[in-house]
Design a protein around this ligand. Sequence first.
Ligand SMILES: [Zn+2]
Length: 528
Amino acid sequence: MKKQTTIFAILFIFASFMFPATLEERIENISKAEMQSVVEFLSHDLVEGRAPGTRGGNLSELYMKTLFKFMNLEPGADGKYLQPFKLQGFTAKELELTANNVTLNYIEDIVGTYARNEAEFELEADAVFIGFGIATRHWKWDDYKGVDIKDKFVITRVNDPGLFRPDKFDGKTLTYYGRWTYHIEEAARRGAAGILLIHTDRTAGYGWKVVKNSWAGEDLLLESDTRGTLKFRGWIKEDSLKKILRVRNIDIKELYRRSLKKKFKPMNLGFSIKVKGKNSFREVLNHNVVAEIPGKSKKRIVISAHIDHFGIKKHVKGDNIFNGAIDNGTAVAAMVMTAKILKEFQKDLYYTVTVLACNAEEAGLLGSKYYVRHTNKENIITNINFESTPVWEKARSIMGIGARYSTIEDMLQILARKNNVGYSYFSMSEQGFFFRSDQFPFAQQGIPSVWLSAGEDDESGQNKYLSFWKETYHTVKDEYDPAWELGGLKQTIKFGLLLIDHINRTREVPRWKRKLTFPTEGVGDPNR
Ligand SMILES: [Zn+2]
């Protein structure tokens, strides 16, 4: 009898290890090897940095599809795993800029894209300084004042006036209107022929090295974004711009001083800017990889992470493979593990879960933008996105970037309290992270979304996450390290699962709770 009890006890222990009874137990059992496998593969040199439309990019799509099949997830895009979308790729082979008889050089002084299928190009137009190039009712600001910039070469500051004047915009916190993408979109809408974004470390939030690495090489654009009048888009180093202005005795400080005034108007600078160079062009067929775990309801929660990175950059000497281990291998691991465990607990799912491995994020959130515009968005109740997930020890807190706009923050705070961790805000919030990854296109369509992550406050008091953003982000140093503890990654997976579990149990659909300070185009838009 005693012997039998012992056998049962052993069997029970064995079974509960193999088949954890509760979600919490399963989370505790997440192994380091499970998490490592995804990061290790995606950031391997053989995957060549996963640039869209390259061998490595295609390989990472295939890998995701294979993983989804292996996990028995259903296809999530019209009965298929792959959702195709077309991009146009432009690579500058040569580029130089001339103004006031000063010639500036590619990479050293300027980077940019001439977005036309022309092997050799030349564009010359009058230079106009447009301040921050912002026009928005949200912050009662209009740099354009109705001045026509059609066919002009505009020069703009990036960021927004709040960086310098705490009473303007959202103070130091970067608004949507301070993002460089916005400055280009607005100038394009107004018919500019070219745009130069002035780079300073302070206004861009990162050094010239980051700009250079992101822009040198192929620039990918959605086909719809290359049809307007805007032919050239690029960055210019502040010091290089000063060389051009000096010839005309224009003091850049004076331009800056004026740009901070509400009464600012575009200023014709009295000279022209010419860019010329050589281009190569190709059309790229790209895919999001989409899977589904059906719940009882058709209403869906979308979990996402981008699979692409920068690929191989020929201009970089030595190691030129941008492996993107943290950006975004670790986040893909978070998404895959979340999906894997949800599948194991599928019987408990009320809401269906869509697993979206999106592509071309680095090129401007193109895959997620395409996905959300081409799906039945009325059924999506929320998006939980993973991005550049911390890989070191456990953190003292969790953070929900962008959660403050919606009731997602209340949910996360409840879950943090229950699990004895803090709830924190990212110290780099002034750089507009909510607008910079795949959760944002969801928010723009009116769907409450969040970038969920372990906090930056490691238990031992270090802040390795901050060092990552300052030193490693978008460089070739973003490589896999088998020594990572992966505590922060496990914690991120845990809170992703707990949040989905919370929404499933309470049936509480996330909703907006404060005025949104970015333009939305979709359903449930509280701005309208
Ligand atoms: Zn990323």
